[in-house]
Design a protein around this ligand. Structure first.
Ligand code: BMA
Length: 366
């Protein structure tokens, strides 16, 4: 009897282990499995450093130029964030002016280099026709779900999104796997899918519907990331709008430091949030991340090594993503550019063994 129990326990343990390595999408492509494994196996080595729109523009340059990260530290980020807002409208350029065909070629480049691609989506408001920040109506989510007046339009928008995901292919014609992070910062109320704009049931239905439409279109090259606005205070709050283990692969939150004086509260919120998501990630066999972060304009010249790194270094997270360096808004940037006050500090940050940039990933592959 004891033997049988032992054997059953081992089998159960083995099942947990394999489950831990599976994407939530049970039809996920081979390459998506590999991406998941790469994200989880890198956790032991360090934290991948990411930057939004890194290859297509930066502080005071647009399209033609080189990554601000590469220019300051001599290496590219390990993870590259991209934004799809306006793809759902059929526009050739993203909300931030990035040509989608250029974005695709950069996604291919990143993939060929062994880097990771992550995609966010500030979806336009299907009910009002304005952008994601239009929170004038509380029935937008309801209106896009089946039976709602904008459902047909929303399906068309999701089809355009699906077309994009099905068009990112590597040189062999295989679909490139990416981390997709829709409906983010939902615990704030500044997007039409936010906390006070829909019920928990509606929000969860929005996620499920999005994923089922994409999968119905044959999209199986995505790992899905769930990220709240700010470090969650407790597990119940964090899970209140969680769409489910069969939908989500990565658990995270977005947390920014608000000005130089925001240091203490940033450190506190990151710790608080990590103490919620790390145990949850373990329990649910998911990957923890710091989904978006930064200190706009970097007024603190030691921010990377004395605030950010101490705040995250002891947590097993796969990556941290710094937000974009806008080319047309001089005060909207989150990584240094040559000559900026934090340049030296960012170089020091890169030298830390456990901050993973592109070369570090390439070394670990070989
Ligand atoms: C915000 C800002 C905006 C941008 C949007 C989508 O945080 O950076 O300027 O349009 O993200 O990328």
């Amino acid at each position: 009897m004891k033997k049988i129990i032992l054997i059953l326990a081992i089998i159960w343990g083995a099942t947990l282990l394999t489950e831990a390595q599976k994407p939530a999408d049970n039809k996920a492509t081979k390459e998506t499995f590999t991406l998941l494994k790469e994200l989880s196996s890198n956790i032991g080595k360090g934290i991948m450093i990411g930057h939004q729109d890194d290859l297509v523009y930066g502080h005071s340059w647009n399209v033609e130029g080189i990554s601000d990260v590469k220019k300051t530290v001599g290496d590219f980020p390990a993870l590259f964030g991209w934004e799809l807002a306006d793809v759902e409208l059929g526009h050739p350029l993203s909300i931030d002016g990035v040509d989608f065909s250029i974005m695709k070629s950069k996604i291919q480049w990143v993939n060929a280099q062994g880097g990771v691609n992550e995609i966010s989506w500030h979806c336009n408001n299907p009910l009002t026709g304005a952008n994601a920040w239009d929170v004038t109506s509380k029935v937008v989510v309801k209106s896009v779900l089946p039976g709602g007046e904008k459902n047909e339009l929303f399906v068309k928008m999701l089809n355009k999104l699906a077309d994009f995901f099905l068009s990112i292919k590597d040189e062999k014609g295989n679909l490139i796997p990416v981390v997709f992070r829709p409906w983010h910062e939902h615990t704030g109320s500044w997007f039409w899918w936010g906390q006070n704009l829909c019920s928990s049931d509606e929000y969860i239905a929005l996620w499920k519907y999005t994923v089922s439409q994409l999968q119905g279109h044959g999209v199986h090259n995505l790992l899905y990331a769930y990220s709240s606005a700010g470090g969650p205070k407790d597990a119940n709050g964090y899970l209140e709008r969680y769409p489910g283990d069969n939908i989500v692969d990565l658990l995270g939150f977005d947390e920014y430091q608000n000005g130089v004086n925001g240091k203490a509260s940033f450190i506190k919120s990151v710790a608080q949030g990590m103490n919620v998501i790390i145990p949850l990630a373990k329990e649910h066999h998911k990957i923890a991340i710091l989904a978006e972060t930064g200190l706009e304009t970097l007024p603190d010249p030691k921010w990377f090594t004395e605030t950010l790194w101490p705040a995250i270094k002891d947590y097993p997270i796969a990556y941290v993503l710094f937000w974009r360096n806008a080319h047309d808004k001089p005060n909207h940037f989150y990584v240094p550019y040559p000559g900026q006050t934090s340049e030296g500090n960012f170089k020091e940050f890169e030298k830390i063994d456990r901050t993973l940039f592109l070369h570090d990933l390439q070394h670990s592959i070989k």
